[in-house]
Design a protein around this ligand. Structure first.
Ligand SMILES: Cc1cc2nc3c(=O)[nH]c(=O)nc-3n(C[C@H](O)[C@H](O)[C@H](O)COP(=O)(O)OP(=O)(O)OC[C@H]3O[C@@H](n4cnc5c(N)ncnc54)[C@H](O)[C@@H]3O)c2cc1C
Length: 483
């Protein structure tokens, strides 16, 4: 349970006797909490304002009857260091867990579960043998993909979609059976909409340096294996989590913030911002509270940010409002293990028509997620698959359980379930995203002391949000000090 200071309407933090800058952080998701932590460590007098009653935003962990249920994200990648660095700084390094060894992820094609090839990168295997042998691609798909070895470079300077590049170089088979399930699954969007330059700029570098994406992927695989010091075995899974769930990071951040003297307020929705000629800002909350600050971090997501910036930076607000926001629904199911006939490893991604985009078997993927005898599974219903995600709960759970049950060969219904709806919560970095980011940054340059951060602009993953929050928190503390 997170601890918060009670809201005291009408109060404002006094400027520090030592002239410490007053920093207000708006938004208590992971980005805002990290920004507040960084600003407080840098000497800022910090107040964090979160609209809802829950701190952590999309990060929410629940433990119930020995099951660990993640209602939002359940992991982060280790190859972007910001999450592990934060966890270390919070004294939680000993709680980091990796993915259980030896359990495969599948792609479901035409009703069959086929294993992802060994050493799979974001869109292609990084080893030749698995690429040639994978049953996921037909011989026709493989023949088409091999054209990539001889095709000239296709990219101009303009942004394009990931799908457009891959279809041109490798053909539709690689898109439908690798890229869409893997990349589209993470971003909850279609690869034919997602921006190459914002989401997978490494593909542009790969084409520019190697021309062939297959050769680039094999070269990358060799380099990774050399770096890991092992000639044969594949590098392990990059995914990490915490033994007691990601909510532990939120709880610890709130504890440390309170220790640092920060004022952390839930149920405090910010409704408007007013800039004074001396550069200070009055932050108004829905309950009538007004706070004065030398600097601000706005970590509220694109739609709320567009609203708060509308009168101060209309072009930036318009660019934010133009970022499409996808919806997703997460259905978590717990089955009695005796009912399950087919073992599906750590889960599967769908490469064809289905009511879900994929499912993670949390109890197989992570240690300690469920007691023996229980299979715990997260199924994703992204908005792009149709209206099922917003259907009434009974209808939604019945449809998801019928599909999941048929894949698992289940001889009965799940014993428990949880539904988490995330409407308009997933920023989609579609083609032209970097132009929208540039417009937001240009608008913010005219508002010294105000900093935006979070998943709207520079990356949707937890490590990117954490890195962005730290950057904004540091700037906010430094910027306030200069006034
Ligand atoms: C179902 C799901 C699964 C995911 N899985 C993963 C995963 O496994 N790994 C991964 O790396 N990423 C994952 N993500 C993405 C990741 O969780 C998010 O990108 C990240 O948590 C965003 O953090 P944030 O702090 O920027 O935004 P949020 O968590 O959205 O926080 C923003 C906060 O601002 C508050 N707010 C809004 N308006 C106001 C206002 N006016 N005043 C005050 N407060 C306001 C909101 O209430 C909210 O708490 C997942 C996302 C979803 C939805």
């Amino acid at each position: 349970m997170t601890s918060v200071h009670p809201v005291a309407p009408g109060t404002a933090p006094a400027p520090g006797p030592d002239g410490a800058p007053r920093v207000v952080v708006v938004g208590g998701g992971i980005t805002g909490l990290v920004a507040a932590w960084e600003a407080a460590r840098a000497g800022g007098r910090v107040t964090l304002l979160e609209a809802s009653g829950h701190l952590g935003g999309k990060v929410r962990t629940e433990r119930v009857d020995g099951l660990l249920v993640e209602h939002g994200p359940d992991s982060f990648v280790a190859y972007r260091p910001a999450a592990l660095e934060l966890i270390g700084a919070l004294g939680l390094a000993g709680s980091v867990i990796g993915v259980n060894a030896g359990r495969t992820v599948h792609v479901r094609v035409d009703g069959r579960l086929l294993p992802l090839p060994e050493g799979m990168g974001m869109v292609l295997p990084t080893r030749l043998g698995p690429l040639v042998r994978t049953p996921l691609l037909t011989w026709r798909h493989k023949a088409r993909a091999s054209l990539d070895l001889v095709l000239p470079r296709r990219l101009g300077t303009a942004d394009t979609s990931i799908g457009a590049l891959l279809r041109a170089r490798l053909g539709d088979g690689v898109v439908e059976r690798f890229a869409q399930p893997l990349v589209g699954g993470i971003y909850g969007a279609g690869v034919d909409e997602l921006s190459l330059d914002a989401v997978l700029p490494t593909l542009r570098t790969a084409e520019s340096e190697h021309r062939s994406l297959v050769l680039a992927s094999l070269t990358q695989g060799r380099a990774a294996r050399r770096a890991a010091g092992a000639p044969g075995p594949r590098p392990g899974s990059p995914f990490r989590s915490l033994q007691d769930g990601l909510g532990v990071i939120v709880d610890r951040l709130v504890e440390v913030l309170v220790e640092l003297g920060a004022d952390v307020r839930a149920a405090s929705a910010v409704t408007s911002l007013v800039r004074a000629p001396d550069g200070t800002t009055t932050v108004r909350c829905a309950d009538g509270t007004c706070l004065v600050a030398e600097s601000l971090v706005l970590a509220v997501g694109a739609p709320a940010l567009a609203h708060l910036l509308a009168e101060h930076a209309p072009d930036a607000a318009a660019a934010l409002a133009a970022i499409p926001q996808g919806s997703t629904t997460l259905v978590t199911l717990a089955y009695d293990a005796d009912l399950i006939r087919r073992h599906v490893g750590q889960g599967w991604l769908e490469a064809g028509p289905a009511p879900i985009s994929g499912a993670t078997v949390s109890s197989a993927k992570w240690p300690g997620r469920a007691p023996d005898g229980v299979v715990l599974l997260r199924a994703f219903v992204p908005g792009r698959l149709g209206p099922l995600g917003s259907a009434p709960e009974a209808q939604l759970v019945a449809a998801v359980a019928a599909h999941v049950g048929s894949v698992l060969g289940a001889s009965g219904e799940p014993q428990r379930w949880w539904v988490d709806r995330w409407p308009g919560a997933m920023p989609h970095y579609t083609v032209g995203h970097l132009d929208r980011v540039a417009a937001v940054e240009a608008g913010m340059a005219a508002l010294p002391g105000w900093h935006v951060a979070g998943s709207a602009l520079h990356g949707v993953g937890l490590p990117e949000c954490i890195a962005d929050g730290r950057r904004a928190g540091r700037l906010a503390a430094a910027c306030g000090a200069q006034l």
